[in-house]
Ligand binder design. Structure first.
Ligand code: GDP
Length: 463
């Protein structure tokens, strides 16, 4: 509900120098006023907005006796000049767990409601302060693990996707106005644009939309990560390569429990991109039932991998097990890179044969690190677009945005087709309307309640 006043501790739960408690809504100022005494003797309602005010917060018991809780700094933001677009008050207090919770309780006793996850940002979106893509970028910056992710999220937060969307949306609106004029007054020349001009404008829209669609390749690789599996028979050096990748560019390594299959994933930043590296230990024939489950999970992971490092021992002749792997990967839908390991040892004559079976081959030594830079550069080349300027361009970072942009692109394409082959203009009209709807979904100006709820549920309380 938008009408009520919400409060939450916006800093992480724990001990710290300072914690911030945020209150937002029509009653924000009076709720905080009820527990706050300013040193300058004025009520919060009388204080200047965006000024830091020093004072004390207190709680009140049943007998109306006050207990001072902390010495705090309070800032008032008046609607609409606040993050949420509502009256907002921020209390900076000392960062004790019990202290912050006691202050929050005092606020809740005086008319505020505990905020739900992401509710401040959700309000900012609903009040038109930020677009949906910016809100998503804000979520990403909180989760960022690499410098590239921060750069991408920061660009997203500045509203780049919304700006591009608005440009495309405005253009489609102009085209539609001309189409409507032609439909309503077919015999008069009231439309601003001729068919040719409409086609030219639609081509521009298509180019802009397609650039957005293409940007997702890079955005996905950086923000979401590339699902990657290292596979190969035992002893080719899978663990060594794994460690080598972790050790080299691995800025951050985290353990993420897979939710459905319990497959352990390591997140590794590699050059500009991020790999979600699946642990494939145990990919071999075995009678051990536990190991078998592991292998079947590995096969699942392999099937859904976007990137596969097929590892071979480059110092030994290729054998039956290697050939089986090559066969298995022949039908793989993702990007497969043959990695010929142990290049510090003598080279086997089979290397050429292996290389001939794969689109990409890199020779490395997981032991000495030789060739790893080439591997990183190859992955970067394959999964990102170097034309994209991360700090400048609109880059899509999730499947929702990508699907909306794809729908827009296809609808614009259909409208162009209808116009260029001389079909009745009504057909182009429906397609252009569909394209506008998809763009509205992309930037969130028209998006379903469910999707909004789902996006903000991933945020933490207090954001
Ligand atoms: P996995 O069974 O595929 O995970 O293979 P490991 O990573 O456990 O490596 C098997 C053996 O090969 C170990 O003795 C490693 O030290 C060795 N090894 C791995 N990579 C290299 C390499 O690049 N050069 C050399 N000389 N030995 C390697």
């Amino acid at each position: 509900m938008l009408g009520d006043t919400i409060a939450a501790i916006s800093t992480p739960r724990g001990r710290g120098g300072v914690a911030v408690i945020r209150v937002s809504g029509a009653m924000a100022v009076s709720v905080v006023d009820a527990i706050f005494t300013a040193k300058n003797g004025r009520s919060l309602a009388e204080q200047e907005a965006r000024r830091v005010i020093r004072g004390e917060v207190f709680s009140t018991d049943e007998k109306n006796e006050k207990t001072v809780l902390d010495d705090v700094l309070v800032t008032v933001f008046r609607a609409p000049a606040s993050f949420t677009g509502e009256d907002t008050v921020e209390i900076a207090c000392h960062g004790g767990i019990l202290l912050t919770e006691t202050i929050l309780t005092a606020l809740l006793c005086n008319g505020a409601r505990a905020a739900e996850a992401g509710e401040f940002t959700r309000r900012a979106f609903l009040n038109g302060k930020i677009g949906l893509s910016s809100a998503e970028a804000l979520g990403n910056i909180l989760e960022a693990q690499t410098a590239e992710q921060i750069k991408l999220a920061h660009t997203g937060m500045s509203g780049k996707i919304e700006q591009k969307s608005a440009q495309i949306y405005g253009s489609l609106r102009d085209i539609l106005a001309s189409i409507y004029a032609k439909i309503d007054y077919p015999d008069e020349d009231l439309a601003d644009m001729s068919r040719e001009e409409m086609l030219a404008a639609l081509t521009k829209c298509k180019n802009m939309t397609d650039a957005l669609v293409r940007s997702y390749k890079t955005g996905h690789a950086i923000a979401e990560g590339i699902t990657t599996v290292i596979c190969g028979k035992p002893n080719v050096g899978k663990s060594s390569l794994y460690n080598c990748l972790l050790g080299r560019e691995a800025a951050i390594v985290t353990d993420i429990e897979g939710t459905t299959r319990d497959v352990l994933t390591e997140t590794v930043s590699l050059g500009r991109v991020m790999l979600r590296l699946f642990d494939t230990a145990g990919m071999r024939e075995t009678d051990n039932p536990v190991e078998r489950i592991g292998i079947s999970r590995t096969r699942d992971a392999l099937a859904s991998a976007e990137l596969v490092f097929a590892l071979f021992d480059g110092s030994r002749p290729i054998d039956e097990e290697d050939r089986e792997l090559i066969e298995l990967l022949d039908a793989h839908g993702g990007t497969v890179v043959a990695v010929l390991n142990k290049c510090d040892l003598q080279k086997s004559a089979s290397m050429e044969e292996i290389a001939s079976r794969f689109a990409h081959t890199v020779t490395v030594s997981a032991e000495t690190g030789e060739g790893i830079e080439e591997l990183i550069a190859l992955v970067d080349r394959l999964f990102t677009d170097e034309q994209i300027n991360l700090g400048e361009d609109a880059v899509l970072t999730n499947a929702r945005q990508h699907a909306a942009a794809m729908n827009a692109s296809m609808a614009v394409g259909r409208a162009m087709e209808a116009l260029s082959v001389g079909l009745p203009i009504e057909l182009a009209c429906t397609d252009a309307e569909d394209a506008m709807e998809a763009i509205a979904e992309l930037d969130g100006r028209a998006v379903s309640e469910d999707i909004v709820a789902q996006i903000f549920s991933h945020f933490c309380v207090g954001k």
